[in-house]
Design a protein around this ligand. Structure first.
Ligand code: TXA
Ligand code: MG
Length: 365
């Protein structure tokens, strides 16, 4: 994983950052780039500002938000002391928590802790835990450093929809919100949301949302074992409320389905009504599909990377673009097995489930 994101991204001028800081201080919202996806930010200590996020996203108010914090000024990892940064937000910091922060922050990893009592329940959905991350993107870092406080930021998309990975995506997502300030930091390098690890139980570190940083990578670098939810919780109802846990999420309006290796035609035959114009994603490692025999279907192939991180970095961009192009159906290949694909598989499965026009959505949960 590269820590040094977006070298080529347009950096915002200090006047623009200053205006963004003022906007946050005045209780306004600012959309900003992170290395994963763009976030819709508000002052984490201002309940009115937090309320605006839920309203603008159309998100249920009991879904908790992530607090984003600046890394301490010194960027030398061995020098960074996270304790004072975290102290105003969390109740206790374990050795494991410090190890994870020292290894992966700033970066695409979110950690869930027992919250300090000063943390507003408006942002935790009423739970006694708080999710925190220090993003690596230089524009996010500069904004957070100058703001000198925590910024809550969900992905800057309407609830259930595809997360934005460029400033233009954010603007199109919130077209009607003319006053929204959007900081431009170029295209997001990671492309899917951060990995979330729950440390709040005090015993097991539990994976709540897969991302670029995998349990295997965490174990290799820190020796900390990351458990899957199913390994530690018998009662799945006691899971914290994570909107990414909804079966339908990250979804385009065009119907989206996955096909098993070599089974494009079989998958198409399951959709007799919606197959006149079909976009089919194919692995860059595979030769072209043979669909000429199918006169009734207008198929276009989109080549996708067989490298998991590259695939992830383009996934939402590709889904958004395809969604704009008026296809009747979008087909993606099932991601291969292997932990490095878990983040992508998770997003694609939820995107399939929620895809299609609003009346077709089966958001059950
Ligand atoms: O990469 C990311 O994490 C992006 C960028 C903008 O930082 N943010 C993001 O935020 O994905 P959002 O709100 O779209 O997703 C945050 C997830 C939600 O699924 C939420 O339920 C979960 O984090 N979460 C927040 N606080 C939590 C808590 N206390 N316990 C468990 N899950 C929590
Ligand atoms: Mg989101």
């Amino acid at each position: 994983m590269s820590r040094d994101t977006s070298d080529s991204a347009p950096l915002q001028s200090s006047a623009v950052i200053h205006e963004a800081v003022q906007t946050l201080r005045n209780g306004g919202l600012v959309a900003f780039p992170t290395e994963t996806v763009y976030g819709l930010g508000a002052d984490a200590r201002n309940p009115e500002a937090i309320k605006k996020i839920f309203t603008m996203k159309g998100r249920p108010s009991n879904h908790p938000l992530i607090v984003h914090l600046a890394a301490p000024d010194k960027f030398d990892q061995t020098q960074v002391d996270w304790v004072p940064v975290l102290a105003p937000w969390v109740r206790d910091l374990s050795e494991n928590a410090l190890k994870l922060m020292n290894t992966f922050w700033p970066g695409p990893l979110t950690l869930v802790f027992k919250k300090d009592k000063s943390v507003l329940s408006d942002l935790t959905g009423g739970q006694d835990t708080v999710a925190i991350r220090a993003p690596a993107h230089p524009v996010a870092q500069e904004l957070l450093r100058k703001f000198k406080g925590g910024v809550v930021a969900p992905s800057a998309n309407r609830f259930g929809k595809v997360s934005p990975t460029s400033a233009a995506d954010v603007r199109s997502e919130f077209e009607g919100e003319l006053g929204l300030m959007v900081l431009d930091g170029g295209d997001c390098e990671v492309g899917i949301e951060s990995t979330i690890i729950d440390l709040s139980s005090g015993d097991h570190a539990v994976l709540l949302r897969p991302g670029l940083i995998t349990p295997k990578a965490i174990f290799a670098k820190t020796g900390i074992k990351i458990y899957q939810v199913g390994e530690v919780l018998k009662d799945l109802d006691s899971l914290p409320r994570v909107s990414g846990n909804l079966k339908a999420h990250y979804a385009p309006t065009t119907p989206l389905r996955l096909y098993a290796p070599g089974r494009v035609l079989d998958t198409l035959s399951e959709f007799p009504d919606t197959k006149s114009r079909v976009a089919v994603a194919v692995w860059d490692s595979e030769s072209s599909l043979v669909l000429e025999d199918h006169p009734s279907i207008d198929v276009e192939e989109i080549v996708v990377s067989s490298d998991a991180a590259t695939f992830a970095s383009h996934l939402y961009r590709t889904l958004r673009d395809l969604d704009q192009q008026g296809w009747d159906l979008i087909l993606f290949p099932e991601p291969p097995t292997g932990e490095e694909w878990d983040g992508v598989r998770d997003r694609l499965q939820r995107a399939c489930f929620g895809s299609g026009p609003p009346s077709n959505n089966h958001d059950s949960n």
